[in-house]
Design a protein around this ligand. Structure first.
Ligand code: UTP
Ligand code: MG
Length: 485
């Protein structure tokens, strides 16, 4: 129970009932005014009964002075003298402090036993008198006008903090979440209709995605919602903060961005965030990187937006920088253009972090992916053509093409049945004709999408990042279940 503070606190109880112990556990030594202690100050020791009158005179003076200054004052005497109690209460009232009586109601046997164990016990007869007196004192207190009368032990057990479960070790990444189509499917979340409870919405979506068999969750990295997805005033959370929240959940999802424009932050700082994400998630991080394209978000946040060539240089150098910072050791490093005087980045990632290069510019981006990427991400309709270019670049730069996976971002309308698909297309198409919209967004049922995914797998695609343009929340994910079987 929380007592008012500052307050006058008067202890009441027989010798050995635990008054001094109670006070010592809750107040600073100088806040407790003790007749025993003052006997030792003005007399020969704590039990010098001949010094009682002087000790009580000092005690009253100290109480006066402390209450006059509105300081917390705990009076540690037997507390059985009603006249003194009244005087102290009046002083407290004058000072504007609440008056609290604390009744130490240990049973008689306990008081006798504790008394007997003392160096200088209170004479048995005196203790018996105190115990006798204690049968009536609590009744007196009830009639005296204390703001609070507490009987420790009577209260509800101390409100212990609800015991928090220890934070479990992060789950390892899911072993293999390839679907029967041959690809693994990562949920790309790009819209956040999360209402009043963003964290709950995210946790529920991630939990449902994990349960359904998605291999991971990917987030866009934009400062302002992009027009292809929603309106500028709709929420789009900072991805690394958000991925941190997702990393703390009990899932096996891989977590990363698709994609982080290396114009927004220096690549080294991205490497730092990704390494931390990987460490916190038990090795489940990946990172998508791109050259950046949306000028508006740069202007709006005061971030330079250099010409395309420079942005692509930044992408290329940035991947090298990230890999250098993740590598063992802290030695100086120099890449093809960039260099660092040291590569000190702790925590290191828990394991190798896949770098997905986004963008399909054939001359530079795919070459960068061939040289430095673990994957390159393209549109589903471009897979065959871009894979051919990627492979040519791999041959050119001497990279084994099997080391560079091909992934796709698939923005698709998925309905539970034909009617549901039609309804969704109608709701989403805006001014685009229904058939054109349905074709562009591969609108279909989950079963229908399976054939597309199987075809993508045949073309060598390893991962589909599935973005549902009308994802409402966790309950809404079930309609893609058949795609994940
Ligand atoms: P206290 O010394 O706190 O009692 O405890 P008191 O009420 O202030 O006694 P007087 O009036 O000054 O004589 C007495 C003994 O009981 C033990 C303390 O450690 C001390 O030795 N004690 C007290 C407990 O073992 N448990 C308790 O909850 C309180
Ligand atoms: Mg005491």
């Amino acid at each position: 129970m929380r007592l008012p503070d500052p307050a006058l606190v008067v202890l009441v109880g027989a010798s050995g009932s635990g008054k001094s112990t109670w006070a010592a556990g809750r107040y600073l030594p100088h806040e407790v005014v003790s007749s025993d202690a003052l006997r030792a100050v003005v007399g020969s020791g704590r039990y010098d009964l001949d010094a009682s009158a002087d000790a009580f005179a000092v005690l009253e003076q100290v109480i006066d002075a402390r209450l006059g200054r509105r300081l917390a004052t705990v009076v540690d005497t037997l507390g059985m003298d009603a006249a003194r109690r009244q005087r102290w209460r009046d002083l407290a009232r004058d000072a504007g402090l609440p008056a609290v009586a604390v009744v130490l109601a240990a049973d008689d046997a306990t008081c006798r036993r504790r008394n007997a164990e003392r160096d200088v016990p209170v004479p048995a007869k005196a203790l018996a008198g105190q115990l006798d007196r204690m049968r009536t004192v609590p009744g007196e207190l009830a009639a005296e006008g204390w703001e609070v009368v507490v009987v420790p032990g009577d209260e509800a057990p101390p409100a212990t903090e609800p015991s928090r479960p220890a934070q479990p070790a992060p789950n390892p990444p899911a072993d293999d979440r390839r679907t029967s189509t041959g690809v693994e499917v990562v949920l790309q979340v790009s819209r956040f209709p999360w209402g009043e409870e963003p964290a709950r919405w995210l946790a529920e979506v991630a939990g449902a995605a994990d349960a359904l068999g998605f291999a991971g969750v990917a987030l866009m990295d934009h400062l302002v919602q992009i027009p292809q997805v929603g309106r500028a005033w709709e929420p789009i959370p900072e991805p690394y903060v958000t991925l941190g929240l997702l990393a703390g959940l009990d899932t096996s999802l891989r977590l990363g961005t698709l994609v982080t424009p290396l114009t927004l932050r220096p690549a080294g700082v991205v490497a730092k965030a990704v390494a931390t994400l990987d460490a916190l998630s038990g090795g489940r991080a990946f990172v998508g990187v791109g050259a950046g394209w949306w000028e508006r978000e740069h202007a709006g946040f005061g971030v330079p937006f250099p010409p395309a060539k420079d942005r692509l240089d930044r992408l290329e150098d940035g991947i090298e920088v990230m890999r250098a910072l993740w590598a063992p050791g802290t030695k100086a490093w120099s890449g093809s253009r960039a260099s660092l005087p040291e590569t000190t980045c702790y925590p290191r990632p828990a394991g190798p972090v896949p770098v997905v290069v986004g963008g399909a510019g054939e001359r530079r981006t795919l070459r960068i992916a061939a040289r430095l990427g673990d994957a390159c991400n393209v549109r589903p309709e471009d897979v065959a053509a871009k894979t051919a270019v990627l492979r040519a670049h791999c041959a050119d730069v001497g990279r084994d093409p099997d080391e560079v996976a091909v992934t796709v971002l698939d923005v698709s309308v998925v309905g539970s049945d034909r009617a549901d698909v039609a309804r969704r297309v109608e709701r989403l198409r805006g001014r685009t004709a229904a058939t054109a919209y349905a074709a562009r967004l591969h609108a279909g049922t989950a079963i229908g999408q399976r054939e597309r995914y199987a075809a993508l797998a045949d073309l060598g695609v390893s991962t589909v990042f599935l973005s549902l343009p009308d994802l409402a929340g966790a309950d809404d994910l079930g309609r893609v279940a058949a795609l994940l079987a």
